[in-house]
Design a protein around this ligand. Sequence first.
Ligand code: FAD
Ligand code: FES
Length: 257
Amino acid sequence: MLVQTLKFMKIFTTKENKKLTEKYWLLTLEGEIKKPSPGQFVMVRAWPGFDPLLSRPFSIHYYEPGRLSILYEVKGRGTKLLAKLGPGKKVEILGPLGQGFPEVSSRDIILVAGGIGIAPFLFTAKEFIRKGHQVHLFYGARTQNDFLCLKEFEALGVSLTLTTEDGSLGTKGFITQPLKAYLSKHKKGVIFACGPMPMLSAVAQVTKESGIKAFVSLEAHMACGLGLCLGCVVKHKEQGYLHVCSEGPVVPAENVF
Ligand SMILES: Cc1cc2nc3c(=O)[nH]c(=O)nc-3n(C[C@H](O)[C@H](O)[C@H](O)COP(=O)(O)OP(=O)(O)OC[C@H]3O[C@@H](n4cnc5c(N)ncnc54)[C@H](O)[C@@H]3O)c2cc1C
Ligand code: FES
């Protein structure tokens, strides 16, 4: 298995590492991996030696042949090291990994993002629009300065509903409030959600009440990223545990909440 893992590990080169806001960065890498499905992730390692020991998981923010980008929030040791990368540096990439957002028959796709949970949705929106879906984005942030990629979503033709906790842009409050109001009027579509666990739980509750199918991208600490350890397990509602890395990160909401 280790040999197989190493076979999938690719060396990419940094093209650009751009600070977007106080805490968010966009890392663009050059190299080749298999075309990902929207919502899949990669394990990233961009430091020599064993500190930190483990690679870190990141959603695929954008992909085109020969190029991959990661939208990340600087949190701890690993992401602080990522933020120091200049152009032309080597980065180890393992992936694409996990289960992304599924193909669905509904024409309407409703994306729900909280904070850095926006990361997988630019590529997701692009791919689903290309397949003929209509995409609406519900996006919640702390303050107006925390929104990312709004122009890019608009350029794709995605309609936007925004909320901020301080009311500085969009409606004041949490994103599940306008989502609930929207779903009570338009009882159709499929929800794809990514963000902090409390937001995912609230989305699961709202969609259950509305009878709308929802898929959530789960957060978990990861070690191998390949289903080999128990680093990422979360409790399945009915069947023991699930590995977020290999059976997720995207799962039907009712499997967990
Ligand atoms: C499938 C998946 C996709 C992800 N995609 C992105 C992405 O696109 N952009 C992005 O910024 N982040 C993403 N994350 C979260 C990212 O992996 C962590 O923020 C990162 O590993 C933190 O590493 P660090 O060394 O900087 O922080 P650490 O020093 O390891 O930890 C700093 C803090 O962050 C918390 N933390 C660490 N790992 C996670 C995690 N996996 N989930 C929640 N909290 C965590 C720790 O508990 C601690 O409080 C994703 C996580 C998963 C599981
Ligand atoms: S991270 Fe090892 S099993 Fe998921």
